[in-house]
Design a protein around this ligand. Structure first.
Ligand code: ZN
Length: 218
C-alpha cells in the first residue's frame, strides 16, 4: 500500500514521507527514562514500511523486542514550508490510526552508541495505517482518546490532550525543517503503555472520531 485513502469522499494521495515525533507524551517519556526534548524529536519511516488495515506484521529476525506505539496520524493535503500554527490546520486533509512499531532492543543499542536509530523504526510492516477520515469530521484532534488492545487486553489508553506539542505546533515545527507535501503523513507520538508484541498477537487500535486499525503478528 502506497496510497493514503480518505474514507467517504473517494480521494487518495500517493504517500510521500512519513515524519514521526518521538517523546511527545510525558508519561511515555518517563516510562522509557528519556529526557523531555527542547526541540521536537523527529525521524522518518520509509513508505515501504506501510501495512494496510487487516495486514500481518512480519517481525525481523534480528530483534527480540518489538514494541507497539499507537499514534494519531495526520495526512497533509496542501503543501507548505514554515507553516504558522494559525494556518496549520488548513494543510490537513485527514486523520488516521497508525502504529509506530519499534525494535526497542536495536533502538537502545544504537541510542547508546549515539547512532541514528531509523532501522529500528523503518523495517517492512513497521507502519500499520488505517484509511483517513476527512479533517472536518474531527472537531478537535488535540482532545481525542486513543486505545490499543492486544489480544483483547487494554495496553495503551491515552488522550491527545496529553501531547506536549499539539497538531498545529507539530506541523509548524516539522515544516521549518521539511517542506510538507500532499500525501505526507505525520505520526504524532505515543502515550504510555508500550509493550512487546509476539507471534500470533492481535492488535486493535482505536481513536475516537477517527477509526480503528486491526493487524496481527505473523
Ligand atoms: Zn512513536
Amino acid at each position: 500500500m502506497r496510497e493514503a485513502k480518505i474514507k467517504g469522499i473517494d480521494k487518495s494521495y500517493p504517500v510521500g514521507k512519513i515524519v514521526c515525533l518521538g517523546r511527545n507524551y510525558l508519561d511515555h517519556i518517563r516510562e522509557l527514562g528519556n529526557k523531555v526534548p527542547d526541540r521536537a524529536v523527529i525521524f522518518c519511516k520509509p513508505a515501504s514500511s506501510l501495512l494496510p488495515d487487516g495486514g500481518q506484521i512480519i517481525l525481523p529476525d534480528y530483534t527480540n523486542d518489538c514494541h507497539h506505539e499507537l499514534e494519531l496520524a495526520v495526512l497533509i493535503g496542501t503543501a507548505g514550508k514554515n507553516i504558522s500554527e494559525e494556518l496549520a490546520m488548513q494543510h490537513v486533509a485527514g486523520y488516521g490510526v497508525a502504529l509506530d512499531l519499534t525494535l526497542r532492543d536495536l533502538q537502545s543499542e544504537l541510542k547508546e552508541k549515539g547512532l541514528p536509530w531509523e532501522i529500528a523504526k523503518g523495517f517492512d510492516t513497521s507502519c500499520p495505517l488505517s484509511d483517513f477520515v476527512p479533517a472536518d469530521q474531527v472537531d478537535n484532534p488535540n482532545a481525542i482518546r486513543l486505545t490499543l488492545k492486544v489480544n483483547g487486553e487494554l495496553r495503551q489508553d491515552g488522550t491527545t490532550a496529553q501531547m506536549m506539542r499539539n497538531v498545529e505546533e507539530i506541523i509548524a515545527e516539522i515544516s521549518q525543517y521539511y517542506t510538507l507535501e500532499p500525501g505526507d503523513i505525520i505520526l504524532t507520538g505515543t502515550p504510555a503503555g508500550v509493550s512487546r508484541i509476539q507471534s500470533g498477537d492481535q492488535l486493535y487500535g482505536e481513536i475516537e472520531n477517527v477509526g480503528t486499525l486491526q493487524v496481527t503478528v505473523a
